[in-house]
Design a protein around this ligand. Structure first.
Ligand SMILES: [Fe+2]
Ligand SMILES: [Fe+2]
Length: 243
């Protein structure tokens, strides 16, 4: 898998081939999911970072990795398995965590909202994101993912491109990526409002738990969007072109 480790490589491709780069980039606030197609050099220029330093951090993180701990290489796995992994891991997580986090945010906003009016804004942003993601996952599970898996089956059976009411797979993909941009914007907003999920002085245990959960939620959604934007979608477009 080890390719694409240079300043001219796209940040999404670096994470695809070197999955440990996700945590390095996240720590340095390099957007590798919604803006995965920017090169590392471009991303670093905007953040006043040295790309060589980040590349060295990725190599160090890789060297520290336990043998056998490397995640599955989704650039080679069947697309049907990648869709099933996204549903079983990331959609399942959202279905549990979206309602749960709503309650956590409500709780701390009720107790600390007077002193911390940003909690109400975080609550509004999260509620809008919740509604968006519910519809978004339904469209992926009912339209885009079945379209991709039937293209893959057609390729295995040497058949031509199956007819779809969506036309090209590029149409639903364009819509999904547009929605990912909106979700990325909501994550940025919540991170800014919470100062990177920093618990203020006087914040109780529930405050800390809520921010830890929100921080984890952000990381999971980054990884989820990365798998779709940087691996599933380009592979589906390539597959369609081959049929
Ligand atoms: Fe998804
Ligand atoms: Fe998505």
């Amino acid at each position: 898998m080890a390719t694409a480790l240079s300043a001219d490589a796209q940040v999404g491709a670096i994470v695809t081939h070197h999955p440990v780069a996700a945590s390095v980039f996240r720590h340095r606030r390099v957007d590798f999911c919604c803006n995965g197609r920017q090169t590392l050099a471009t991303a670093c220029a905007a953040l006043a970072l040295d790309p060589e330093e980040l590349l060295a951090e990725v190599l160090e993180a890789e060297a520290r990795q336990e043998p056998g701990a490397a995640p599955r290489d989704w650039t080679q796995a069947p697309l049907g398995e990648l869709c099933a992994h996204i549903i079983g891991t990331h959609h399942a997580y959202l279905r549990v965590e979206l309602p749960r986090l709503t309650l956590y945010i409500q709780k701390i906003a009720g107790v600390h909202g007077d002193e911390h009016p940003e909690l109400a804004q975080i609550g509004q942003t999260f509620a809008a994101l919740y509604a968006e993601l519910e519809g978004h996952m339904a469209k992926e599970e009912q339209i885009l993912f079945p379209m991709i898996t039937s293209m893959e089956t057609a390729a295995e059976l040497n058949l031509s491109l199956p007819a779809s009411h969506c036309g090209s797979v590029r149409n639903p993909i364009g819509q999904m990526e547009h929605e990912h941009d909106a979700a990325g914007g909501a994550l940025r907003r919540m991170s800014e409002l919470s100062d990177g999920y920093t618990v203020p002085e006087g914040g109780c245990a529930t405050y800390r738990e809520t921010y830890e959960r929100l921080h984890h939620f952000e990381g999971d959604l980054f990884q989820h969007i990365h798998l779709e934007n940087n691996i599933l979608h380009p592979r589906a477009i390539e597959l369609e072109a081959s049929l």
